[in-house]
Design a protein around this ligand. Sequence first.
Ligand SMILES: Nc1ncnc2c1ncn2[C@@H]1O[C@H](COP(=O)(O)OS(=O)(=O)O)[C@@H](OP(=O)(O)O)[C@H]1O
Length: 308
Amino acid sequence: MSEVQSSFQQALIGNRNMEDTNKFLTKLKGCYFANTQLNLEFLENLDDFEIRDDDVFIITYPKSGTVWFQQILCLIYFEEHRKGIGNLETVERIPFLEYFSREVDFAERPSPRLFTTHIPYYLVPRGLKNKKAKVIYIYRNPKDVMCSYFHFSKKLTASATDNFVEFMNLFLEGEVAGSLWFDHIKGWYEHKNLFNIHFLMYEEMKKDLRGSVLKICKFLGKELSEEDVDAVVRQATFENMKNDPRANYDNKLKAYFGIQKKGHFLRKGTIGDWKNHMTAEQNEKFDMIFQTKMKDIPLKFIWDMNEE
Ligand SMILES: Nc1ncnc2c1ncn2[C@@H]1O[C@H](COP(=O)(O)OS(=O)(=O)O)[C@@H](OP(=O)(O)O)[C@H]1O
């Protein structure tokens, strides 16, 4: 029997019936994936996927800055993207492993191959665990992740509730694509010694984009001129990306999420938007869970200091 189980979310039921809810998520080896454009067959056989020394993986929990980092990496790696010559979308240059990739032949792609994925550490190809390729893990204040996810689910997909309290419960139960935020980041952090991995915070990129780009270039062994670094930073700002059809995913949204849904991947792009959503009580509950779940993880979390 296949390890893949279709699942449904009890808590989502609300005004929808079970048949509707059950088509939005698929559970594979304990992790939920969104059904939209999911390349399930590839995902099921990912363990054997051959890794090259110069492969680079962007790994994120959803809504943590994935699309932003795709743009940054495209600007670093592809001169024509940086110079605005090519109009290939970032997701074509740095495809997702598990989404929108049914037509992509990864084995045929020239090196260095760049990938994007939301998968938990335990689903990665075996070959990645011997430090062959490079991994960049982007993380973000989970309260902002949750709020971003709430709007994304509500506006862009039909998969979740319109009610923030309900969504918070789903998020804290891991009943969303990507499963539990705490498990995702802990899994990657606790197994970091298996990988050639660099952890980077969304908030750090926001506060010092240029410094973050330089750090990433160093990790990747990419030497860019001052002028090229300027071009990367200029084109990776929120304002620029919103108007850049190569980077804003609007085409994908139209194609896959339907025109009746309103909204953009690039919604607000700020630090601390959770304060506009969460009550003091909800915040306290979240903090308690965070402290319990993350107590052994010495990752730097700067988001409570000097927020915008
Ligand atoms: N350039 C730039 N600067 C700052 N913030 C940015 C940028 N690009 C994307 N974003 C914000 O990232 C949030 C979307 O996260 P993801 O790209 O990880 O979403 S997804 O998982 O791929 O669906 C989403 O956050 P919210 O605005 O809080 O919803 C995007 O607006």
